[in-house]
Design a protein around this ligand. Structure first.
Ligand SMILES: Cc1cc2nc3c(=O)[nH]c(=O)nc-3n(C[C@H](O)[C@H](O)[C@H](O)COP(=O)(O)OP(=O)(O)OC[C@H]3O[C@@H](n4cnc5c(N)ncnc54)[C@H](O)[C@@H]3O)c2cc1C
Length: 401
């Protein structure tokens, strides 16, 4: 993707004109939701920075806010981004960056409209932070790859039509080199999804067993053996997707605690007040840093800065939700339902304080643990000496497991 733009092809006025055209042709009040979303994609108003013909208009990314605001004001439906975050935030930029024209044409539209949900088959029981150690094998057989292995912690696998998958195609190469990147059809024979119950009592994620799954070579993303490089695009975007969402001032978790503070004077103590003020200021600093990150994104791909955002997001979510539970006292411990639910999205603001407190625990693990993100920042932002890596040149098959 180009990092310099001399003159935007489409400016804010032009986008407003196109939005009006879309609304005239498909009035939200009388148009089926999915029909509206498809028409919005076809008009290039889905993600304006994407290429024309793929839901965008090659416009600066920062102008997306103009489109979103106009459509919201007109009461138009959105694509429920929290439900399809893996597709939007991780699969789509990877398909755009490495997919063939055919893959982009087939996959991006139903991904954006939410007709096809995506999941991420990366982590394994023996490969999380050290993801490149993964053991799922893909063996070439004619025009297909035959995949065998086990993935774990796979969010939304039970809802997904497609998965982004990394698997080992050459065990003789060092661990980062013998990996390839595939698109796996979750409805294919040999894909088995089992729920994993988490601390909230719900099963938002799964373990996924892959047994003799046949993936046509036409569903490979990037070159054979280049999967690690392709996966970096996914992982960089994942951190931004988790930690870099746009929130209004005093929005998100801090807004909920601030509201409780204002409305319930009987709960207040001096100590809690000091902590609330500190977290309010930090949330605002994180929000503004997020705005700056989005400006950088408008002219290029996310870099290690996304790791810093995700790190701050995880710490703040955990501290704010803990403060909220403390503030609410016994009430904060109430939890509505311990039956095994299979939620379609992570809902930080629509649920109770107990849910927020429990679910926030996972924020410092998912999408790269906070310890690993600190390593990335140390090496790639601060330029500190890297961790010793003694296994990086050894063939994967010779690594102790
Ligand atoms: C809510 C949730 C959703 C998830 N969804 C998905 C998903 O959809 N798809 C998917 O593929 N994965 C998913 N994951 C998995 C997630 O990416 C991994 O859990 C994560 O990468 C950590 O790997 P691990 O669990 O194997 O822990 P490990 O890598 O075993 O880490 C254990 C501990 O060791 C520390 N550690 C490890 N290496 C280092 C190091 N070099 N330096 C310092 N400390 C280190 C870690 O920080 C951690 O505290 C999800 C996880 C959660 C919690």
């Amino acid at each position: 993707m180009s990092t310099t733009r001399h003159r935007p092809a489409v400016d804010a006025d032009e986008l407003r004109r196109r939005v009006r055209e879309l609304l005239d042709a498909h009035p939200p009040a009388t148009t089926d939701r999915l029909d509206f979303l498809r028409a919005r994609f076809d008009a290039g108003l889905a993600w304006v920075h994407y290429p024309a013909g793929l839901g965008g208009l090659d416009a600066p990314r920062s102008l997306q806010a103009v489109v979103d605001a106009e459509l919201e004001a007109a009461g138009a439906p959105d694509n429920d981004p929290r439900r399809i975050g893996i597709g939007l935030g991780m699969a789509a930029p990877t398909i755009l960056g490495f997919g063939t024209d055919e893959q982009r044409q087939r996959l991006l539209r139903p991904l954006w409209t939410g007709e096809e949900v995506w999941c991420q088959l990366f982590s394994e029981p023996g490969a999380g932070s050290d993801l490149a150690a993964l053991a799922t094998r893909a063996v070439r057989d004619g025009d297909d790859w035959v995949v065998d292995g086990q993935k774990v912690w796979t969010s939304s696998a039970h809802l997904a039509r497609w998965a982004i998958l990394i698997a080992r195609t050459d065990p003789d190469q060092p661990k980062h080199r013998g990996i390839s990147y595939f698109i796996c059809d979750m409805t294919d024979p040999g894909v088995e999804v089992r729920p994993l119950r988490q601390i909230t009592g719900e099963a938002e994620f799964n373990e996924v067993f892959l047994t003799g799954v046949r993936i046509p070579d036409s569903r490979r993303l990037g070159e054979i053996g280049e999967g690690w490089r392709v996966a970096q695009t996914t992982l960089m975007n994942e951190r931004v997707a988790i930690g870099g969402g746009r929130v209004p001032r005093e929005g998100g978790m801090i807004g909920l605690v601030a509201d409780t503070w204002r409305q319930r004077p009987e709960l207040r103590t001096h100590d809690l007040h000091q902590r609330l003020l500190g977290l309010w200021v930090e949330s605002e600093a994180a929000r503004l840093a997020g705005e700056r990150l989005r400006q950088q994104l408008a002219v290029g791909q996310p870099g290690p800065e996304g790791s810093a955002m995700k790190l701050a997001f995880a710490r703040l979510n955990q501290q704010i939700s803990a403060l909220e539970v403390e503030l609410l006292g016994e009430e904060g411990l109430l939890y509505d339902d311990w039956t095994l639910r299979r939620p379609e999205l992570v809902d930080f603001t629509g649920r109770e304080a107990g849910y927020r407190y429990l679910r926030a625990k996972g924020n410092s693990i998912e999408g790269g643990t906070s310890e690993v993100l600190l390593n990335i920042i140390a090496e790639r932002v601060l330029g500190l000496p890297p961790e010793p890596r003694t296994d990086k040149d050894l063939p994967w098959k010779d690594l102790p497991r």
